[in-house]
Design a protein around this ligand. Structure first.
Ligand SMILES: C[S@@+](CC[C@H](N)C(=O)[O-])C[C@H]1O[C@@H](n2cnc3c(N)ncnc32)[C@H](O)[C@@H]1O
Ligand code: SF4
Length: 356
């Protein structure tokens, strides 16, 4: 099993059972989006539109209170992600400590350009930190992340985190590489660099054109054979202590290298979204969504308690109106949905109770 496996649902049997019985559940995992600003300017940033607005921060007390309520209702993990750089949130370290004290696991997507003094509290409270590195050198990093000249300090932070941890059983450091023609030349070197530093994994995701991404970023145009060759080279670097990860279906979304094959190869077997019983998103304006990219709002924590959202009319309407054929095709919980669909299999012919 790897980090992207949909079979992870089996660690949450109550949720699986309820979902198969079509009962609504509070999620196991919540993504939080604490701010809408960033110190980098990635050419492909899917949050570009939100970052054009005035700087906004989440209301700390409301967020903490919702997460505490969540923990009482089965919340196990929080990912810091969202429309900006999570480490810039003015109460970031305080929030991390508070979430940790409530027994909730944490992960973070970060550009890595945070103060080095953050490393120690992060190692104490996080299960994983994923650096959106996207380059192997300052010149390429400056091209794709905006001219920040932060590449060396990001690598220093990665080294510090790796030196502070007890080992990959207690805390992992990984890298995500958003692949585009502007940084392709650096990809294999970036994987070598972080593997040599002792990172645990390297994950590749093609730059996906959605929202306002096309305003500043050229359409993804790369020779599919070269992409496949690079992915093979990366995969050959994997060993017991270094994973190479990517989701082939994300390479079949429009404007990514396999777009020409998409109708042949991308197929959703499921007809409903099971993921909404496992994962929610809390936005910096305290909106609660059941889908990240599609922003399907089910409530707002300024007006409602966390608990009341699940029983609201809006929740029911949103869930009933999901048209899976119109969903974002790079969807992160695609493998979860495929796994749940297989478990739901209504066919008599599998003889579901004859296990072994
Ligand atoms: C929106 S960022 C927010 C967190 C943090 N600032 C970071 O960069 O890790 C979350 C992740 O989405 C990725 N991302 C942003 N826009 C993307 C796009 N258009 N296609 C693919 N990945 C994208 C980033 O590279 C990053 O790994
Ligand atoms: S670092 Fe993250 S939030 Fe900032 S511009 Fe890049 S992708 Fe967007």
């Amino acid at each position: 099993m790897d980090k992207f496996s949909g079979l992870k649902v089996l660690y949450h049997p109550d949720h699986v059972k309820a979902t198969l019985e079509r009962r609504s559940m509070y999620p196991v995992h919540v993504n939080i989006d604490t701010i809408n600003y960033c110190n980098h300017r990635c050419i492909w940033c899917s949050a570009y539109e939100e970052q054009q607005e005035n700087h906004k921060e989440i209301d700390y007390a409301s967020l903490v209170s919702a997460l505490k309520e969540g923990a009482e209702r089965g919340l196990k993990a929080v990912t810091h992600i969202g429309y900006g750089e999570p480490t810039l949130y003015s109460r970031f370290l305080e929030l991390v400590k508070e979430i940790h004290s409530n027994g909730i696991e944490q992960g973070i997507f970060t550009n890595g350009a945070f103060p080095e003094r953050y490393c120690e509290p992060m190692v104490k409270a996080f299960t994983w930190v994923r650096f959106s590195l996207d380059a192997a050198s300052t010149p390429v990093h400056n091209i794709v992340h905006g001219k920040t000249n932060t590449f060396d300090s990001i690598i220093r932070n990665m080294k510090t985190l790796l030196s502070l941890r007890k080992g990959p059983e207690s805390f992992t450091v990984g890298v995500q590489y958003a692949l585009h023609q502007k940084n392709r030349e650096d990809m294999v070197a970036a994987a070598r660099l972080v593997k040599d530093l002792g990172a645990d994994y390297f994950s590749v995701k093609p730059v996906i054109m959605r929202g306002a991404v096309g305003v500043r970023c050229d359409k993804f145009e790369m020779d599919p054979d070269r992409v496949l060759k690079d992915l093979e080279t990366l995969s050959a670097m994997a060993d017991d202590s270094f994973e190479v990860l990517y989701k082939p279906y994300q390479f079949q979304v429009n404007n990514t290298p396999f777009a020409h094959m998409e109708n042949e190869r991308f197929h959703r077997n499921y007809t409903r979204c099971y993921a909404l019983n496992f994962e929610w998103w809390i936005r910096h304006n305290l909106d609660v969504d059941i889908c990240g990219p599609m922003k399907k709002k089910i409530g707002n924590l300024k007006e409602q308690s966390y608990a009341s959202i699940l029983n609201s009319d809006l929740y029911r309407q949103v869930v009933e109106n999901i048209d899976i054929d119109r969903c974002y095709r790079g969807c992160r919980p695609h493998y979860l949905n495929e796994a749940m669909h297989r478990l739901e299999c209504p066919e008599f012919k599998i003889h579901r109770n004859f296990v072994g």
